[in-house]
Design a protein around this ligand. Structure first.
Ligand SMILES: Cc1cc2nc3c(=O)[nH]c(=O)nc-3n(C[C@H](O)[C@H](O)[C@H](O)COP(=O)(O)OP(=O)(O)OC[C@H]3O[C@@H](n4cnc5c(N)ncnc54)[C@H](O)[C@@H]3O)c2cc1C
Length: 428
C-alpha cells in the first residue's frame, strides 16, 4: 500500500476540467489495501472516493476526503473458457484486458470508444458502445467483488437480487469494486465500413438505421448536411493489410476537422480485430456531454436538439455522435428497461465553449434525456429522478449498504439528491 498524506496534493481528471485536493491520498495494489483504505477513512470519519483513470468529464471522482488510486490494482484473476467469463481486478484498464483476452483467443462482444479507462470506473458510470442487440458494459457483468464501508468483502452475482441490480452502475456510491467478472466470447473480427452520406437520408430511414450493421453509429456537426456513418459487422476474413494505418488515418482526419484545419473524413473499408475496431485513439483533450433517450421517438429528439444548437456561436468543431444499445436492468443504467439512443456532444475546453455544452445539456434535459454518469452535465436529482424506473430502489439499497454515507461526495449529493454525510473529518 502506498500512502501519501500530503494535504496539498491535487488530483485532476483526464480532460483537465475538474480537480480536487484530497485530505489523504492512498494507492492500492491488493484487496487488503482497499480494505485498509476504507478503514482509514472510517477512522478519520471521512468520505472516500476511488479514482480510476480519471476519464470522467465531471467531478464524480473528486473528494476532499480520502482518494484511493486503484490503477495499480490490476491484472486478470481468472479466465473460464467453458463458462465464457473473465474476472479482472477493477483497476485494470479495458486496453490491458483486451490484450490479455486477445492472447487467449477471446474478446468482449462490444466496447465503447476508449480503452484507457479502468473496468471499475467504466462499469460504475454506465459505459457503453453501440449496437442495437448489445447492452452497456454493465449488462455483460456476471459477478462483482465489493468492499463495503465496514471493510467487509462480498461476492455478488445475479442471485444477489436488488443489490446486484444496483451495484453494476453505482457511481462509486456503494463501496469499492475490487474485481469484476464479465462475459466473453471467442475472438472475432469486424469489417469496418465508413462513408459520408447526407443527413436527410439517414433521418428518412432512422427507424431502421440501427439494423444496418451489428454495430453502427454516425457523427455530424450541428449545421452540417453530411454525416460520417460507421458500420461494423463480424466477418470470417483475415485482418486487412495495414488495418492499423487505416485506423490511425481515420483518427488523424477527425483531429484535422475538429481542429478546424479543413478536409473531410474519407470513406474507408477494412477488417480488423473487434477490440481494435471498437476503440479509437484520442490525442486531443476536450469536454463531452452525453444524454440517453428511449430509442422509440429518438429521431424527433435528435432533430430538436440539433435545431437548438444550429445558428448559435461559437460553433463546436466537434460533432454529435449518435449511438444505440439494447436494454439492460441495472437500476441506474442509461438503458434501463428500454432500447436506447445516445447523443454525445463534445466541445473544446475553452471557457466560451461551456455555453455550448450548457445549451446542449438544456435541450437534452427538456426532451427527457438521462445524463451519462461519467460525462459533463448540469442536471440535478430533481431534474432526472423520474426518468429511471430503478431510482427509488437504488436510493433504498444504497442507504442500507452505506448508512454512514462513506462513499458520497458533493457530486453525488447533487445528482442523486443524497442529503447529509460526507466529510466531517472529526478525527483528522
Ligand atoms: C476520451 C474519452 C472517451 C470516452 N468514450 C466513452 C464511450 O465510448 N462510451 C462511454 O460510455 N463512455 C465513454 N467515456 C467516459 C468514460 O468511459 C467513463 O467516464 C469512465 O468512468 C471512466 O473510467 P475511469 O477509470 O477513468 O473512472 P474515473 O473517472 O476515475 O471514475 C469514475 C467513477 O467511478 C468510480 N470508480 C472507479 N473505480 C471504481 C471502483 N473500483 N469501485 C467503485 N467505484 C469506482 C469513481 O469513484 C468515480 O465515481 C469516455 C471518456 C473519455 C475521456
Amino acid at each position: 500500500m502506498t500512502v501519501n498524506g500530503s494535504r496539498i496534493r491535487q488530483w485532476q481528471n483526464w480532460a483537465g476540467t475538474e480537480s480536487c485536493t484530497p485530505g489523504l491520498t492512498m494507492a492500492a495494489r491488493h484487496e487488503d489495501d482497499i480494505i485498509a483504505a476504507v478503514r482509514a477513512a472510517a477512522d478519520r470519519d471521512d468520505e472516500i472516493r476511488v479514482t480510476g483513470s480519471g476519464h470522467s468529464f465531471n467531478a464524480i471522482a473528486c473528494t476532499s476526503g480520502v482518494r484511493l488510486d486503484l490503477t495499480r490494482h490490476r491484472g486478470i484473476v481468472s479466465l473460464d473458457r467453458d463458462a465464457g467469463e473473465v474476472t479482472v481486478r477493477a483497476g485494470t484498464t479495458i486496453a490491458a484486458m483486451n490484450t490479455a483476452l486477445h492472447r487467449a483467443g477471446l474478446a468482449v462482444a462490444n466496447l465503447g470508444h476508449l480503452a484507457g479507462q479502468t473496468l471499475g470506473g467504466a462499469i460504475s458510470t454506465g459505459n457503453h458502445g453501440s449496437g442495437r442487440t448489445h447492452p452497456p458494459l454493465a449488462g455483460e457483468v456476471t459477478a462483482v467483488r465489493l468492499v463495503r464501508g465496514d471493510g467487509d468483502v462480498v461476492d455478488l452475482t445475479s442471485a444477489g437480487g436488488d443489490l446486484f441490480r444496483c451495484v453494476r452502475t453505482a457511481l462509486g456510491g456503494f463501496g469499492i469494486l475490487s474485481a469484476v467478472t464479465l462475459r466473453v466470447r471467442p475472438a472475432f473480427r469486424l469489417r469496418v465500413a465508413e462513408r459520408p452520406e447526407p443527413l436527410a437520408a439517414v433521418l428518412e430511414r432512422f427507424a431502421h438505421w440501427p439494423e444496418e450493421a451489428e454495430h453502427t453509429y454516425f457523427s455530424f456537426r450541428p449545421g452540417d448536411c453530411q454525416v460520417h456513418m460507421r458500420h461494423m459487422s463480424e466477418v470470417p476474413d483475415e485482418a486487412s493489410p495495414r488495418a492499423g494505418l487505416k485506423r490511425f488515418a481515420g483518427t488523424a482526419a477527425q483531429v484535422r476537422t475538429a481542429a478546424g484545419w479543413g478536409g473531410s473524413i474519407p470513406s474507408r473499408d477494412y477488417v480488423t480485430d473487434s477490440w481494435r475496431a471498437f476503440t479509437v485513439w484520442e490525442p486531443a483533450r476536450f469536454s463531452a456531454c452525453e444524454y440517453a433517450f428511449p430509442l422509440a421517438g429518438s429521431r424527433e429528439v435528435l432533430v430538436a436538439v440539433r435545431d437548438a444548437l444550429v445558428g448559435h456561436e461559437p460553433r463546436s468543431p466537434y460533432p454529435f455522435t449518435v449511438r444505440v444499445s439494447a436494454a439492460e436492468d441495472a437500476a441506474l443504467s442509461l438503458a434501463a428497461d428500454r432500447p436506447t439512443m445516445y447523443l454525445n456532444f463534445a466541445t473544446p475546453n475553452k471557457a466560451g465553449d461551456v455555453a455550448m455544452l450548457r445549451r446542449f445539456d438544456a435541450a437534452c434535459r427538456a426532451h427527457g434525456g438521462c445524463p451519462h454518469w461519467g460525462k459533463r452535465h448540469f442536471a440535478t436529482a430533481e431534474d432526472i429522478r423520474d426518468r429511471y424506473p430503478g431510482w427509488e430502489l437504488f436510493q433504498r439499497v444504497r442507504a442500507a449498504v452505506d448508512p454512514d454515507r462513506r462513499f458520497v461526495n458533493d457530486h453525488l449529493r447533487r445528482v442523486l439528491g443524497i442529503t447529509g454525510g460526507g466529510r466531517t473529518g472529526r478525527k483528522r
